[in-house]
Design a protein around this ligand. Structure first.
Ligand code: GDP
Length: 362
């Protein structure tokens, strides 16, 4: 059957009589709200590996609405017994180092072996920049259309502690949904590495050969956290420089004491864009997991991470309880002005606010 507009009377050169256009917004749509799922529905969907339900549950985890948070916490609790079975890998590097290109290449490489991959991100600056570029699907072209890959950009609301906690909770949901590898991407320039380091088993630092002072570009503390350093863009004319950078990193790593894992971080070169040596990077990561599982460090590190997150959660909730109290908010505003006008010292002002807080009925 022909499309009616193929008829001669519908020439593109002729103006046809217009018809009334339907409204842009379907007037019935508002009444057909998505039915609210119960915690049990979310858990059932997640355990079945339903990515739509998983996505909705992650949105719930990220929501600031207390009613959503209550359901989210119930879902997380119920998913916990099914979590913990993935390899959690943190990936960091300065902007432009090739994180998304590499995650795409690494992801495709491991998905060829089977299993499912979740890519999450932590970008504490994303609230200011309105939306994170980390974990952006359009930058991971092959993974974005891969049925076994679940990609989620950084939660955007809140402090670093809050953003990190949400990502950690999202890991639990992804693991319950059967994702056996989880990448957590972050930018290697600030505080977020510590948060990522405290939720992953292996921490991979992506570097590039550049100006000759490679070690300057990245903070020493981040290098110390790395279980592996990989020099990207080792392709074409860049191969020699990448090898030189790798040697410099190896020499620098010798200066650090061996960490409690007993694993000496390795340095490799590869090309994410041209898919060169990706298998070598993955063999290193496999070797690490074999090592720490054999030595028992794998379980010990996870236990320590649980403890760390217990305190982090307490700190975060205490802070938000304090700062969100309307009376404290008013008093802080007052005291701040007094401190700025030199009418009161910062210590006395802080002591006054805290004693008012402790005297409140809780
Ligand atoms: P990110 O900011 O760390 O996520 O970096 P991107 O993955 O967006 O990459 C930054 C730039 O480096 C892009 O122009 C990439 O095409 C390029 N790039 C990434 N990986 C490679 C590589 O292996 N070789 C080369 N030559 N260029 C690369």
């Amino acid at each position: 059957m022909e499309h009616p507009e193929n008829d001669k009377q519908y020439s593109g050169l002729q103006v046809n009589a217009g018809v009334e256009q339907p409204p842009m917004v379907n007037p019935y749509l508002r009444r057909r709200r998505r039915p609210q799922l119960s915690a049990a529905d979310y858990v059932e969907g997640i355990l079945k590996g339903n990515t739509t339900v998983l996505g909705q549950a992650v949105t719930l985890v990220e929501s600031l609405n207390p009613a959503h948070q209550a359901v989210a916490q119930e879902v997380i609790e119920k998913c916990l017994p099914f979590s913990g079975r993935s390899r959690r890998i943190g990936i960091t590097g300065v902007p432009g180092a090739g994180k998304s290109t590499s995650i795409d290449a690494f992801g495709i490489h491991i998905l060829k072996r089977g299993g499912k991959l979740a890519v999450l991100a932590i970008d504490p600056s994303s609230e200011r920049s309105r939306g994170s570029i980390l974990g952006d699907k359009t930058r991971m072209e092959r993974l974005a259309v891969h049925p076994k890959a679940f990609i989620r950009p950084s939660p955007s609301a809140g402090s670093l502690g809050g953003v990190a906690r949400k990502t950690r909770e999202t890991i639990v949901l992804c693991e319950a949904a059967g994702y056996d590898t989880v990448f957590v991407e972050t930018v290697g320039v600030g505080q977020s590495e510590t948060a990522v380091h405290s939720m992953v088993d292996f921490f991979l630092l992506i570097q590039v050969a550049g100006t000759g002072d490679e070690l300057q570009g990245i903070k020493r503390g981040i290098m110390e956290m790395a279980d592996g350093i990989v020099v990207n863009k080792a392709d074409g004319d860049n191969v020699d420089r990448a090898n030189l950078a790798a040697t410099q990193f190896r020499n620098a790593l010798h200066l650090f004491p061996l960490g409690p894992s007993g694993w000496s971080p390795e340095v490799l070169t590869y090309s994410g864009y041209f898919d060169l040596n990706i298998d070598k990077v993955w063999e290193m990561i496999d070797r690490y997991f074999e090592h720490v599982k054999r030595s028992g460090y794998f379980d010990e590190k996870r236990r320590q991470q649980e403890k760390y997150w217990m305190y982090e959660t307490i700190n975060e909730q205490l802070k938000s309880h304090f700062y969100n109290n309307p009376e404290i908010e008013r008093l802080l505003e007052q005291k701040q002005q007094m401190v700025l006008r030199n009418e009161q010292s910062s210590f006395t002002a802080a002591a006054d606010v805290l004693s008012r807080y402790f005297a409140l009925p809780h």
